[in-house]
Design a protein around this ligand. Sequence first.
Ligand SMILES: Cc1cc2nc3c(=O)[nH]c(=O)nc-3n(C[C@H](O)[C@H](O)[C@H](O)COP(=O)(O)OP(=O)(O)OC[C@H]3O[C@@H](n4cnc5c(N)ncnc54)[C@H](O)[C@@H]3O)c2cc1C
Length: 281
Amino acid sequence: MLKLVVCIKQVPMVSELPWDPNTRTLKRNLAEGMMNPACGHALEAALQIKKQHGGHIVAITMGPPMAEEVLYEAIAMGADRGVLLTDRSMAGGDTSATSYTLARAIKKECPDFDLVLCGCYTSDSETAQVGPQLAEELDVPGAAYIEHIAVKDGAFRLHRVTDNFLEVLEMDMPGLVTVTTHTYMPRYPSLEGLQSAFARSDIKILNARDLRLDPAKIGVNGSPTKIINVYSPTAAKKNIVMQGTAKKVVDEIFAKFADRISGAIGKDLKTHYHDNKACTK
Ligand SMILES: Cc1cc2nc3c(=O)[nH]c(=O)nc-3n(C[C@H](O)[C@H](O)[C@H](O)COP(=O)(O)OP(=O)(O)OC[C@H]3O[C@@H](n4cnc5c(N)ncnc54)[C@H](O)[C@@H]3O)c2cc1C
């Protein structure tokens, strides 16, 4: 029976949320939470592995108390139990602090795991760093952006599509994968599943003390990433009318915007233009 761990982040349901300028974090209490889409695909992959080979699935999330909702959803979809890591001292942690905390929880709750599954990235922060960093923390092999997982001869056979190539990788157990959103379409939790999840309420809540976390490695203070500023970029447009012969207008465009055009086409336009002019003389 395979022991599977799925890391699930709760993300805000809307993309435009107000920021707290003091803490430079999202005002999450103003939004409904949902399971991060890629985590749903990772959970579906675990459920299909469990169906084919037998297994036990632990869903883990780190977040504010309301993050518990995604664990109920995961159990309703077929996970066996949930673990919620929540503590004010964990809040505001970057990917390094998150990976450290998740690793401590996995080592405590599921030390003999065969596979940890993460989403490839989140819809709110989207760094895609937690999976690979977690593999480092757990000291196991890791493979990112996986589209298919097969279990063969005590190892995992993984498919990954990169630049139109299909890579077939083999990974020893235990290991970690991050799963893309291209395959393993998540199932909907059934009403019966939800009723059973709330009736069983098989969710363990752990805080920093339970996990014996080093205060220097968690939360804002334990995060090497410092957010300098957060803002919505504004785009401005200006219309310019150019007059004269076609040659005069083209020369003027090149003189005024050569740098921008060079940046867009990836060539030094001044050299390219002058070389071509020299050729046509
Ligand atoms: C009290 C509290 C408050 C928090 N508030 C915020 C906040 O305001 N904004 C914010 O972005 N984060 C918050 N977090 C969570 C944490 O800081 C982020 O999860 C972390 O920075 C992940 O970065 P990312 O989204 O870029 O992950 P990515 O690297 O893009 O995520 C890839 C995958 O890693 C796994 N993963 C990532 N984060 C978690 C997690 N928390 N739990 C389980 N699996 C995870 C998932 O499988 C995910 O699909 C909070 C945590 C706590 C305890």
